[in-house]
Ligand binder design. Structure first.
Ligand SMILES: Cc1ncc(COP(=O)(O)O)c(C=O)c1O
Length: 405
């Protein structure tokens, strides 16, 4: 991959060449093609999709549905009926918890892991409170791995849902989703996979994994903010009640009651984000243009490169696995005696962007007995030079904070 040429595709990286953007797990930068696709929609296709009978509205509908087909193909879903556009992974999980939760009964159980992002926890907690359900915790190993035993321990004959992230946004560790979905199914539960950190970085094939639901956000995979995806098996989506009510999601309305539109429109109330969907389609096209396997290879290489430098800085403690390949480009770390917010601020003064805080995973922080960490996360467009600069800045941190060594 010619990284110099690739970086030319990203206006922000060109504009701020001196910045090392290492917060890709929060959101990625966007290539021209994505920005242009959104702009093009508003300049050339803009009308309310699904509403007008005139040609422009038809074109807006067509491009929106083309984007849905592109997402279907990307994750290998059976049908576009199984692809619901939302605002982001968080909204997908709220939709799911609210709607699937309606099908559950008092005493039913939902098993979640301690490494989950709040988005894959709080919606379940809330529906559990409303419906009298119980949350069961799947504990993790020291490196964040979920073992088969831990999963089995958390499952009972009342378990109706197992919710698990494929890649942890804090530790980068990957769970064996195919195996765990099978275990959940054997126990009579459905399996919900949070793909927010996996879909952008590894091949995710819903048929192969046999997950019942998968959620992800466009903005973490080069796409625009404000467009996300809920994949769900048709048989479950059919059974679920709508989450939001109003225009477009209905079939027929009388004074007394209403009936619902067919899938996936039943879950897409109101005017949709067609420009965002078009941008997401452009992001997927861009993945294909570069070759997803080239992207994965490059990210694995950079991940190893970063780990091997960081591990040799004595005052830096990397959380999670000691195996570089288990990090998927995500490194949460602490520096002895330096608060993570100070780490992020000092790095920022050197033009390096990393995240600091609890990373929306406070249960994991509690499990690891820490309040917060700093986190660097890599994308294929990062360079060795940026990582070296990051490490160099890190290794001077303690001295800049006033420590002698
Ligand atoms: C693992 C994981 N799940 C869910 C989310 C929520 O994504 P969004 O904020 O795009 O809804 C994130 C965001 O960082 C995440 O890392």
């Amino acid at each position: 991959m010619d990284i110099k040429a690739v970086r030319e595709d990203f206006p922000l990286l060109k504009e701020y060449g001196d910045i090392a953007y290492l917060d890709n797990a929060a959101t990625t930068q966007k290539p021209y093609f994505v920005i242009e696709a959104e702009k093009n929609f508003y300049e050339r296709e803009n009308a309310n999709p699904m509403r007008g009978l005139y040609e422009l509205s038809q074109r807006a509908t067509d491009i929106y549905e083309k984007a849905r087909e592109s997402v279907r193909d990307f994750i290998n879903a059976k049908s576009t009926k199984e692809i619901v556009f939302t605002r982001n992974a968080t909204e997908s999980l709220n939709l799911l918890a609210y709607s699937y939760g309606e099908l559950l009964e008092e005493g039913d159980e939902i098993a979640v892991t301690v490494v989950e992002h709040h988005s894959n926890l709080i919606p379940w907690q809330q529906i559990a409170k409303r419906k009298g359900l119980a949350i069961r915790w799947i504990e993790c190993e020291d490196d964040g791995t979920i073992s088969e035993e831990a999963l089995k321990k958390a499952i009972s004959d009342r378990t109706k849902i197992v919710a698990m992230t494929q890649i942890s946004n804090v530790l980068g560790i990957e769970n064996d989703i195919k195996k765990y979905a099978r275990i959940a199914h054997e126990a009579g539960a459905i399996f919900v996979c949070d793909g927010a950190q996996s879909v952008p970085h590894i091949f995710v094939d819903v048929e192969e994994l046999d997950v019942d639901f998968l959620v992800f956000s466009g903005h973490k995979m080069l796409g625009p903010m404000g467009i996300g995806v809920l994949y769900g098996k048709e048989k479950y989506l059919e059974k679920m009640p709508p989450f939001l009510f109003g225009g477009e999601m209905i079939e027929y309305v009388t004074r007394e009651d209403s009936t619902w539109n067919e899938l996936p429109h039943k879950f897409e109330a109101g005017t949709v984000n067609a420009a965002g969907a078009t941008g997401l389609m452009a992001a997927i096209d861009y993945y294909k243009r570069l070759g997803f396997s080239n992207i994965i290879e490059r990210e694995n290489y950079l991940s190893r490169f970063a780990y091997n430098i960081l591990k040799d800085i004595p005052e830096v403690n990397i959380l999670g696995s000691r195996d570089a390949d288990m990090h998927h480009g995500i490194f949460s770390f602490t520096v002895d005696g330096v608060h993570p917010h100070d780490i992020a601020e000092i790095l920022s003064s050197d033009g390096i962007c990393v995240r600091a805080g609890h990373h929306c995973a406070q249960v994991l922080m509690q499990h690891m007995k820490t309040m917060s960490t700093a986190r660097a996360s890599i994308a294929f467009y990062n360079t060795e030079e940026e990582i070296e600069r990051f490490a160099e800045s890190l290794s001077t941190l303690r001295r800049r904070m006033g420590y002698v060594k």
